[in-house]
Design a protein around this ligand. Structure first.
Ligand SMILES: Cc1ncc(COP(=O)(O)O)c(C=O)c1O
Length: 392
């Protein structure tokens, strides 16, 4: 081993020693309300963002297969060089129409969509104002802006701080407020009504990453803006959670903004388009959501049941209308140990600790799906109950 590789090896060893090395469970079947682990056990799955259960839905899988049959694996090039498939255009038109924007464009992930949006939209003399708990892809997207773009962070959902930060950048040329719609660790929502009001006052654009809200919030699953009855300027989202569960991301906005992205954003200019199978699956997922909005109500019922039962059992559950149900346990090592014990009880759930969440607020994060039956949720609740003493 060279010195550098040895140093990296030692760094990885220290992760083992501190119990922070991440192990991905290996799953031998499709994503669903339960999953089959490689050791043959079928366990209740509380870890997936498969909120509507569309990741292995027959219509969605058929959409993916049909797209592969028609277009094969992919473009084998970037779009502006080699062309784009009509399924990309169809998907983008569907996204724009579904979310109520003039246009949309897609990327291989929402990570790429966020990294495309911020540095492409902003240049010298501009400013971006970002919530302190925004997703890592937004944080990195802001970091990608050049030195001449001011980057300002406001305290999580603190509207007085946002107003103060907007005041600080009042002389900026173009101003962008960017926030998650649903925050992934807390499950809470951005205060969009207030953000939109402040943006109007300060002539700023509002961009919302609604990855955890699509298919979940609003009567028809159109997300946080629908939930609050407001309109935002720019929407980003993933196709890798409720909307198909494979991969892919998008930006939806006014036509000139989308044109700017297709002309200038580096993750599209220098990277291949979404694979046809993924585009076809996502298209089928959005259409399924459009035609069966009752899926959203089913999910809501399941989440309410699970949250209320946990609260009645005396667990410390964070409140929110999203499908993310964090159960606070406090200590990081405890959260990791409890997640292991839950798996022994037949329930897969992730423990998150510091530095992903603030010190002392480590948690087990449950994510509910419309396809969880009462029995699945009862089994999970039973596992919580049987480990009650360890939570104390
Ligand atoms: C809020 C948010 N934005 C973006 C992403 C990244 O999405 P993708 O997997 O499509 O890159 C995630 C995924 O965890 C997310 O939670």
């Amino acid at each position: 081993m060279t010195n550098t590789v040895e140093a990296i090896h030692n760094e990885m060893q220290s992760l083992h020693e501190t119990g922070t090395y991440k192990h991905a469970p290996v799953i031998d079947g499709p994503m669903g309300p339960t999953v089959r682990l490689r050791d043959g056990r079928e366990v209740v799955n509380l870890c997936s963002n498969n909120y509507l259960g569309l990741a292995n839905d027959p219509e969605v899988v058929a959409g993916a297969k049909a797209a592969v049959d028609q277009y094969g694996q992919g473009t084998a090039s970037v779009r502006f060089i080699c062309g784009t498939f009509s399924i990309h255009e169809e998907l983008e038109a569907e996204i724009a129409e579904f979310f109520g924007f003039q246009a949309a464009t897609t990327y291989v992930s929402c990570w790429c969509a966020n990294e495309a949006l911020v540095p492409t939209l902003l240049s010298e003399g501009d400013a971006v104002v970002s919530d302190s708990l925004n997703h890592a892809s937004i944080i990195d997207a802001c970091r990608l802006c050049g030195k001449n773009v001011r980057r300002v962070v406001y305290q999580h959902n603190d509207m007085a701080d946002l107003a103060a930060k907007l005041e600080d950048i009042r002389d900026a040329r173009r101003k962008l407020i960017i926030t998650d719609g649903v925050f992934s660790m807390e499950g809470d929502l951005a205060n969009l009504p207030e953000i939109v009001k402040l943006a109007k006052k300060h002539d700023a654009l509002v961009a919302v990453d609604d990855s955890h809200a699509h298919g979940v919030l609003g009567n028809t699953g159109r997300g946080t803006a629908e939930h609050f009855g407001v309109k935002v300027d720019i929407l980003t989202g993933t196709l890798g959670k409720a909307l198909g569960g494979a991969a892919g991301g998008f930006i939806a906005a006014a036509k000139p903004v989308i044109e700017l992205m297709t002309q200038r954003s580096r993750p599209q200019l220098f990277s291949n388009a979404l694979p046809p199978a993924t585009a076809g699956g996502a298209l089928a997922a959005i259409r399924k959501l459009k035609h069966t909005p009752e899926l959203v109500e089913t999910l809501r019922t399941r989440v309410a049941f699970f949250r209320e039962e946990l609260q009645q059992q005396g667990f410390n559950v964070l409140e929110s209308p999203s499908a993310i149900v964090p159960v606070i346990v406090g200590d990081t090592a405890k959260a990791i140990a409890l997640a292991k014990q839950m798996l022994s009880e037949g329930v897969m759930i992730t423990g998150f600790g510091y530095p992903v969440v603030p010190e002392g607020t480590a948690r087990l994060r449950a994510q509910i799906s419309a396809t969880h039956t009462r029995e699945h949720l009862q089994k999970a609740l039973g596992a919580f109950e049987s480990l009650r003493k360890s939570f104390a």
